[in-house]
Design a binder for this molecule. Sequence first.
Ligand code: FES
Ligand SMILES: [Fe+2]
Length: 426
Amino acid sequence: MSQQPLVTKPESGYWHDAYPELGRGPVSFDDCVSEAFYRQEIEHVFRKTWLYVGRVEQLPGPGSYFTREFAALNTSVILVRGKDDVVRAFHNVCPHRGNKLLWQDDPFRETRGTAPVLYCRFHGWRYDLEGKLIKASREDLLLDFDKANCALAAIQCEVWEGFIFINLDPQNTESVRDFLGEFAHDLEGYPFAGPHQVYRFQAELQCNWKIFMDGFAESYHGPYLHAGSFGALTEIARLDKANPYTDALAFQLKGPHRMFSFAGEPSKQTPYSRPIECLTESSPAGPWNKKVDIGPLPRGLNPTRSESYGFDSFQFFPNFVVIFSSSGYTTHAHWPTGPHSHIVEVEMFFRPPTTHRERIAQELTVSFLNDIVLEDASPLEGMQAMLNSQAIREFHVNDEEILVRHLHKTVQDWVAAGERQKGATG
Ligand code: FES
Ligand SMILES: [Fe+2]
């Protein structure tokens, strides 16, 4: 691994000077308010980009499948591993008469399982794991029947480092690896596949997906919003000057994607440690005094090569976040369900504990992290309501919030480009 820093702060002391194209003035969040903008965002962003839908470990063998429900994208998707081990995606609709192919008790709930064929329970048509029709019931009744025309509707599906992505745009010609770009290439080789202890949870919030993403694009809020969870951060923040735990070590922008690296509160005993933390020697930042050895870090992690590095947070456009820490990595996916609502899905992939003591310490960290995500979520519904009031239309983001500026500008640029293209071709 190169020890050379990949990124350094501009001499001026402001990250914005490294990215002058973003501007420095107030920012509009009308893109989180307008219903018209929301419709354009679905059309030009979510229906045109690669979207993370799950890990390959969720499809352990041929015939394993799971479904994803995307009401805002007006579809349900089947992800299935074929006999040839290839992961494929199909719209969850039967070409006979449109029945929803895979579901259990409730057609609008996601399902999973293993099956030798994909079977439609309405009239019994069977499809192989590659989506081809194997057998229509009572073929003698079918008129002008061409089996080859009755395959499931395929969706572009590619895997990068075990992360399964789909792209709903049939015209798309860019591979997921090319789309994710240099940030992703510099993470290749990280032991994403585990083995891991996996923790998953999700919640629906009455706020636009972008304002939750914004909360994970800066740690400026740490000592204030998380004052109860991170006492040591908050103590330094009382001085109201540079905070080595929260001020970013690095901010980087590459195309529509962004990342930041920061130290965070160290995982060790502090005067603020609660009795349960002392008992388990664990805190929100992970087990105390323990850096998990995962071998050499991929080039893209800890890009400043800082001794005090704690976390890297990558935001892949549009809605996929991967956060690395000494415990493992966490993903967030943000799915709009309306202009002022979305579902956040959180998955934690942590090293499997080797002792009971480690397991308890890990459970405590997970429980703290759940609380912290809830703290992150706590202001957002009120914030959405106040953005909706439009009493104020321009907001004052600072240098530590440069990624917030970048997300909103990128989404607005994509929507504007999509509308221009539509105007030119329509
Ligand atoms: S709708 Fe699927 S077999 Fe008839
Ligand atoms: Fe936070």
